[in-house]
Design a protein around this ligand. Structure first.
Ligand SMILES: Cc1ncc(COP(=O)(O)O)c(C=O)c1O
Length: 397
């Protein structure tokens, strides 16, 4: 598939090294591999939609950046987005702003569980899920995903055995980072039935829900039924969708006023109150006017997946792409290279000058894997793949 963007130039290479970018500065300046291509932390190397840049520029030109009062249009833009893109009817009174989804996960753990309680996560998973549980003195209860060598699925039998008391909490990653699954309606309904039967509170992190590829559909967990909605807090954000995570503005949605109140009380105890001027502007502009940008981004990313898959199959058979159904992140199964798992990421950095996320950071299940962030111009992706090919050839010499 060869998509030519008509309006937005995702091929444009933009130098980010002169900015404070964590993604670029860390491998180059801290790890000191000066020409490393960074393909780790989850932001993309594309400019945000011009409507977002313009809205922020207009606000910046005003010159006074005092405390904001979140306008109703902020929530209105998210409500319209959720209706249009996800068929989910949400009310403003169900929503609360948060400085990010990671802070929201931490507030939820503190709001809905007690020290020592178990919190279920479906491993391997985005590592801040572990931190949100452990840093708050709660216990991680693992419900490992099943892997058939190509695709991950949930293990419901195991999940049932892991719920040792009512009122327990589960943190769901939907779509799932890093395994790239967009859970089907049937899978989410099966999970939902267990949650209702066994009285679980579910924190549904749906931050990647707009980044879905052809043949797959995202289902909002809380929209699957009133019993499920009343025990779910959904985390949403335009940050991954429109590449604005540094604006630190997201939202949670809970139709159960008791859950929302507990969440808000906890956020207040943590000192979060007013939000960030540019975050509020960027959030609203993206949801209100960013749709055609996203509609061009998705086929671009999908063509990059095709490129990776073909390239690796033909030229680096020791590495297999676990094809993602959503997100701009994907697992590379590198066990065929025969390297020590602990040395894998270092090999890619030192020999290929490409910096990935080490699979093991998401759970011991991913030893021998890395996670690639392919949210970058195609030429950069190709350069990274060619460097990897050369480095792998060097292993055999
Ligand atoms: C599943 C998931 N949740 C949350 C985040 C980060 O959210 P925030 O930047 O809003 O804290 C990420 C970022 O990669 C993610 O993958």
């Amino acid at each position: 598939m060869n998509i030519v963007s008509s309006k937005y130039d995702f091929d444009k290479i933009i130098d980010r090294t002169a900015t404070e970018s964590l993604k670029w500065v860390y491998p180059r300046k801290v790890l000191k591999v000066e020409d490393a291509i960074p393909m780790w932390v989850a932001d993309m190397d594309f400019e945000a939609p011009p409507v977002v840049v313009e809205a922020i520029r207009r606000r910046a030109d005003h010159g006074i950046y005092g405390y904001p009062l979140v306008p109703p249009s902020f929530y209105g833009a998210a409500i319209d987005w959720l209706r249009r893109r996800h068929g989910w009817e949400v009310q403003k009174s169900w929503m609360a702003m948060t400085p990010g989804i990671v802070p929201a996960l931490n507030y939820c753990v503190r709001a809905f569980t007690k020290p020592g309680d178990g919190v279920i996560i479906q491993t391997p998973v985005y590592f801040p899920f572990y931190n949100a549980v452990e840093n708050n003195g709660r216990r991680i209860v693992r419900n490992p995903l099943r892997f058939d060598g190509r695709r991950y699925t949930m293990d419901f039998d195991d999940l049932r055995t892991k719920i040792d008391a009512p009122g327990r909490m589960l943190i769901l990653c939907s779509p799932h980072n890093p395994v790239g699954r967009v859970w089907t309606r049937e899978e989410l309904e099966a999970l939902g039935r267990i949650a209702v039967e066994r009285d679980l509170i579910v924190i549904s992190d749906e931050i990647h829900h707009d980044l879905i590829y052809r043949g797959h559909k995202h289902h909002v967990l809380a929209a699957l039924g009133p019993d499920l909605a009343s025990r779910t807090i959904t985390c949403i954000a335009p940050s991954k969708t429109f590449n604005i995570p540094g604006l630190s503005t997201a939202a949670v949605v809970a139709s159960n006023p008791d859950l929302l109140k507990k969440f808000e009380d906890e956020a207040e105890r943590a000192g979060f109150e007013l939000g960030q001027v540019f975050g509020i502007i960027g959030f609203e502009a993206a949801y209100a006017h960013g749709e055609d940008w996203l509609d061009e981004l998705l086929p671009y990313l999908e063509a990059s997946i095709d490129l990776m898959e073909k390239f690796l199959e033909a030229r680096v058979p020791g590495i297999r792409l676990i094809r993602p159904e959503g997100t701009y992140l994907a697992l590379l199964d590198c066990r065929g290279l025969g390297l020590e798992p602990a040395a894998l990421n270092d090999f890619f950095l030192k020999k290929a000058h490409v910096y990935f996320s080490d699979g093991a950071t998401f759970g011991k299940e991913l030893e021998g894997f890395v996670r690639i962030n392919f949210g970058c111009p195609r030429a950069l992706l190709l350069e990274a793949l060619e460097r990897i090919e050369q480095a792998v050839k060097g292993l055999c010499q």
